[in-house]
Design a protein around this ligand. Structure first.
Ligand code: DON
Length: 304
């Protein structure tokens, strides 16, 4: 498969879309990113790497961090995790409040904000310095010690994140947050603020594509069965109320973030990450969705 040529074609074909959509501005610091950037990077299990465009530019991974949080929370809690949240697609926006109220403070899944805030609470309960341990894990997974939080982005989100504060309060009311709300939100915003490039994200997601091997990075241990199940949750819940559309158009497990990144895997084949800051109305990258749709169409490779 000539992935390099295919990635070049795929990116060229997204030309008409680069100005479509709007970058996230509900986190003020994200509104300052140059929206005219795009990059894609694909790493295969056999060790080949292909990249096009701004694939080495770091961006705010935002909700893609929820995959790393799930790996940590699952390794610490095992199946007990599912007493604190479900694993069903939500069909609602990533920051939806009404479903959480109807369902008595039990988030539908780990990839909506409510689920990730509960995971942040779990990590705060288990670790003396969750910010240090989370970053150390991501650095190990991406094989890059220079990856870091962007404290300005984290602060920008924390000081304006009224919906997440509402979610955290509702969770606390129902007994599903055990620590101080402010502490949990602070850590949640830090996780979201990590900056990585497409290249680094492709490296970090490759172990999820390699799910037949046990997962062991920086003290985070998962069985191959657990990694398989994480991929299933990416498939069904990785794109909020657009999970069905992404599954239909792309056919790979993946996770998006409002920084405009999407990371996806083809189990036993490759990990791919794409980035372009302008988002559709569901909060997913317009160019990113299209590029991955074209990739699986051109290669005729998807899980279906
Ligand atoms: O909590 C938030 O709203 C952001 N830090 C993350 C949301 C996000 O990335 C949803 N992704 N599509």
């Amino acid at each position: 498969m000539n992935y390099q040529r295919i990635l070049e074609q795929v990116i060229n074909q997204t030309d008409p879309l680069v100005a479509v959509g709007h970058q996230a501005d509900y986190i003020p610091a994200l509104a300052e990113v140059n929206p005219d950037q795009r990059g894609i990077c694909l790493h295969t299990l056999s060790g080949e790497q292909y990249a096009v465009g701004d694939s080495d530019v770091r961006f705010s991974i935002q909700s893609i961090s929820k995959v790393f949080a799930l790996a940590m929370a699952l390794s610490l809690e095992g199946d007990n995790l599912w007493t604190r949240m479900g694993k069903e697609p939500s069909g609602t926006a990533f920051n939806s409040l009404f479903q959480l109220e109807l369902e008595h403070g039990v988030p539908r899944n780990p990839f909506i904000n409510a689920g990730a805030i509960v995971m942040a609470d779990i990590l705060v309960s288990h670790m003396l310095d969750p910010e240090h341990d989370f970053l150390a894990f991501v650095r190990r997974l991406a094989a890059n010690e220079t990856i870091n939080y962007n404290r300005l982005v984290a602060f920008s989100e924390r000081s304006t994140g009224y919906m997440n504060a509402a979610i955290a309060n509702l969770l606390k009311y129902h007994g599903n947050i055990h620590n101080n709300i402010e502490r949990v939100l602070q850590f949640y915003c830090m996780m979201c603020s990590i900056e990585m490039s497409c290249n680094e994200l492709a490296t970090a997601f490759l172990p999820f594509a390699d799910h037949l091997r046990p997962f062991s990075f920086g003290g985070v241990e998962l069985t191959s069965s657990q990694v398989k199940r994480m991929n299933a949750i990416m498939q069904t819940c990785g794109f909020y109320d657009e999970a069905g559309e992404f599954s239909y158009l792309v056919g790979l497990p993946g996770k998006s973030g409002v920084g405009g990144g999407i990371a996806a895997i083809h189990p036993q084949h490759y990990a791919v990450a794409v980035w372009s800051p302008r988002l559709n109305e569901k909060g997913n990258s317009v160019v990113g969705m299209k590029a991955l749709e074209l990739l699986t169409t051109e290669t005729k490779e998807s899980i279906f």
